[in-house]
Design a protein around this ligand. Structure first.
Ligand code: PMP
Length: 443
């Protein structure tokens, strides 16, 4: 970076950072569902940072584990040592989700890439190295790396790297508000399934697998498929012997009111990608859960050689993630997400009845989305697309509420996804602040 380019940053900072056209506050500290800025303003974290801080902020139990582990050892490379912390973490993750094998990584994107590579290795070892075509949905987000971005239906993120990307994102998204075109759930499911089958078959012996967010997150705002779709997609994969990979980076570990979102439809993907809530904001950590038959096809020991990232499975991250998982279990947070999710959903529906800017409320558990429209009849997004998202995020922030912008450039939407620890009173406060913010938008 030349000095002049750095100086061209609007606030003169050397740090390359997010700009939405106005200054962001500096963060100071957090406590439970609240975050405080350097000026002492309090914000209710209505989106868990980036649907990440599932236990809320500064949880004393997690901080204690973190301190104790940090004093013992923070880093030992997994090519040199086994660690009790990563063994226990894999054990616990397996017990909570029902998967026999776990590969540890550091970010959602890395884990998505790892799932792709494990699947590619699976096909190579089975003597079909040409199977390299993954299919994903045209509105989706699977990560910022080139594989994850190749899967992502997210124009705002894709354009810069397009020359190096695969157009994997060719499946019609299960996004009824814009793609059902008058079909009811059953007809929409049949339509999506038929088109997915055609897409898979058009790639013949080049198809490698299907990647899906059970509930779409960052690219469109809690896009929730019609009930028949995920089981039908799983069946299409099973018939063709293709691995189904669920990207549960956002939805996994309780967020939607079940341990994995796939469980809402009794679907058991061959691989599951976890991130975000696994470290809950306390450490960067992520994982791929792998079924027996995938691991069985891969020569013993080689998966770690083909997939290692330096920090993956480090003792500090593993100890912290283990403490997070224990808290999710011992505090019944999956059940709380389901319970508070109902309250949140009812409150959002009530807001939708009064605020024309809300085109649709959708989602599961504590992953709720609001589609924002400039006209509820034509369902037009903001002009330009993204402008309604931005004003909603800013109006909420001015009132001390954080919500997540969930537009990939084709619609306007926000995610409302507070920590899984949220109480009934805090949920009411969130709804009241959001009500105020939406009122301000229409003025
Ligand atoms: N997959 C999904 C479903 C996500 O929501 C995200 C992050 N928004 C990612 C992958 C990428 O995760 P990370 O930002 O940790 O790399």
């Amino acid at each position: 970076l030349s000095a002049s380019r750095v100086a061209m940053q609007p606030d003169g900072s050397r740090l390359i950072k997010f700009f939405f056209g106005e200054e962001l506050p500096f963060v100071s500290h957090g406590s439970g569902v609240f975050v405080y800025d350097a000026d002492g303003r309090r914000y209710l974290d209505g989106c868990s940072g980036a649907v990440t801080a599932n236990l809320g902020h500064a949880d004393p139990e997690i901080l204690q584990v973190m301190a104790e582990q940090a004093e013992r050892i923070t880093f030992a490379h997994r090519g040199t040592f086994h660690s009790e912390q990563s063994e226990k973490l894999a054990e616990r993750l397996g017990a909570m989700t029902g998967y026999p094998y776990v590969f540890l990584c550091n970010s959602g994107s890395e884990a998505v890439e790892t799932a792709l590579r494990l699947t590619l290795q699976y096909w190579r070892e089975r003597g079909e190295p040409d199977r390299a075509r993954f299919l994903s949905h045209a509105v989706s987000y699977h990560g910022a790396t080139l594989g994850g971005l190749s899967l992502s239906g997210h124009p705002q993120r894709r354009w810069v790297a397009e020359a190096l990307l695969h157009g994997f994102n060719e499946l019609i998204p299960p996004y009824a508000y814009r793609f059902a075109e008058g079909r009811d759930d059953a007809a929409f499911t049949a339509f999506l399934t038929k088109r997915a089958a055609e897409a898979l078959d058009s790639h013949g012996s080049g198809a490698a697998g299907v990647v899906v967010e059970p509930v779409g997150g960052a690219a469109g705002g809690a896009i929730t498929p019609p009930d028949g779709y995920l089981p039908a997609l799983a069946e299409l994969c099973r018939e063709r012997g293709l691995p189904l990979i669920a990207d549960e980076v956002m939805t996994g570990l309780g967020r939607t009111g079940t341990m994995l979102a796939s469980q809402h439809w009794d679907v058991r993907p061959d691989l599951v990608v976890l991130g975000k809530g696994m470290g809950a904001g306390y450490t960067p950590v992520s994982a791929v859960l792998v079924s027996e038959h995938v691991v069985d096809a891969i020569a013993a020991g080689t998966a770690s050689v083909t997939n290692g990232h330096t920090y993956g499975g480090n003792p500090l991250g593993s100890a912290v993630a283990l403490a997070v998982l224990e808290a999710v279990e011992s505090r019944n947070l999956v059940a709380n997400a389901a319970e508070r999710g109902k309250q949140l959903r009812a409150g959002l529906e009530e807001l939708a009845a009064r605020h024309e800017v809300i085109g649709e409320v959708r989602g599961l558990g504590l992953l709720q989305g609001l589609e924002l429209v400039s006209d509820p009849v034509t369902r037009s997004p903001g002009d330009p697309v993204g402008s309604l998202t931005r004003s909603a995020v800013l109006a909420a922030r001015e009132r001390g509420l954080l919500v997540y912008p969930a537009t990939g450039g084709i619609n306007d939407a926000i995610l409302v996804a507070p920590p899984l620890t949220v109480t009934a009173e805090e949920t009411d406060l969130l709804l009241a602040l959001l009500d105020d913010a939406l009122s301000a938008m229409s003025q």
